[in-house]
Design a protein. Structure first.
Length: 257
């Protein structure tokens, strides 16, 4: 399935038949023109049940608390490294350093409240509104636009190969191949129920279980969730995501009390 798809993204990615490497620390992609490689810093970010941001930089690493990060429900990253948070008021905020203190700044003006958030590799912001309809915008300061055939998913994710992925209230997985004019198509996957999908830059897809305590890798060929990369951790999440080269203000080598 993967070999027949084309990636259209704003960074150079490696198209793999089936990715076995799920490391959360660093991925190395080959420069197509020069033949050399470059490192991209990739971290996983989550939001705990008390609305605080936590991060980890490797598959079996400990979650690190990000100070002063309350109170949010979702986190996503812009392609320029800016971290965007969604608060329970339905509006978006930027994670910025002001006077040497990192904090949420905003909200960005909007007349539409949203409940989930994802940002594509090309910088398009995608969300679901309070009626579980998909909306999008090209800039943080723009207003949300309702897309065609928008209903109904409770969370939405900008997925690999230009796909948009979603999860319904009952945990059913959906996908749409055309963001603006597409329709939701049901995907059958064996294993635990998920409340959110997480798209990795190399094309892998992870799923956050409905209880927020498990993060599983999707085996595309078998259409099955396997390998809980959060196994053994006592940290459970209300949402999770992947950030690429984020400006976050935390040293990943030291836990923060």
């Amino acid at each position: 399935m993967r070999a027949s798809l084309v990636i259209i993204v704003g960074v150079v990615l490696v198209l793999q038949q089936c990715c076995a490497d799920n490391s959360l620390r660093v991925k190395r992609d080959e420069d197509e023109e020069g033949g050399g490689g470059h490192n991209e810093v990739i971290i996983m970010v989550g939001v705990t049940h008390d609305g605080k941001m936590v991060i980890r930089d490797e598959e079996d690493g400990d979650w690190i608390n990000v100070p002063n990060s309350c109170c949010i429900t979702h986190v996503a990253g812009m392609k320029n490294g800016v971290v965007v948070g969604l608060k329970d008021d339905g509006y978006l905020y930027e994670w910025k350093s002001q006077g040497g203190v990192w904090q949420w700044v905003g909200p960005s003006p909007s007349t539409i409240k949203v409940m989930s958030l994802s940002i594509s590799s090309t910088g398009v912001l995608i969300a679901t509104d309070i009626k579980n309809r998909i909306v999008a915008k090209s800039q943080l300061e723009n207003e949300w636009t309702m897309l065609e055939n928008p209903c109904c998913v409770t969370s939405v994710t900008a997925g690999p190969y230009g796909l948009t992925m979603g999860v319904t209230r009952r945990g059913t997985l959906k996908k749409r191949e055309a963001l603006i004019t597409g329709t939701w198509v049901t995907c059958k996957v064996k294993g635990p129920k998920m409340k959110q999908l997480i798209s990795y830059p190399n094309g892998d897809v992870l799923g956050l279980t409905t209880d927020g305590c498990g993060i599983y890798d999707l085996h595309f060929e078998e259409k099955e969730w396997e390998t809980n990369i959060n196994e053994g951790s006592d940290v459970c999440l209300i949402s999770a995501n992947i950030l690429l080269n984020p400006a976050i203000g935390v040293d990943l080598d030291h836990d923060v009390e």
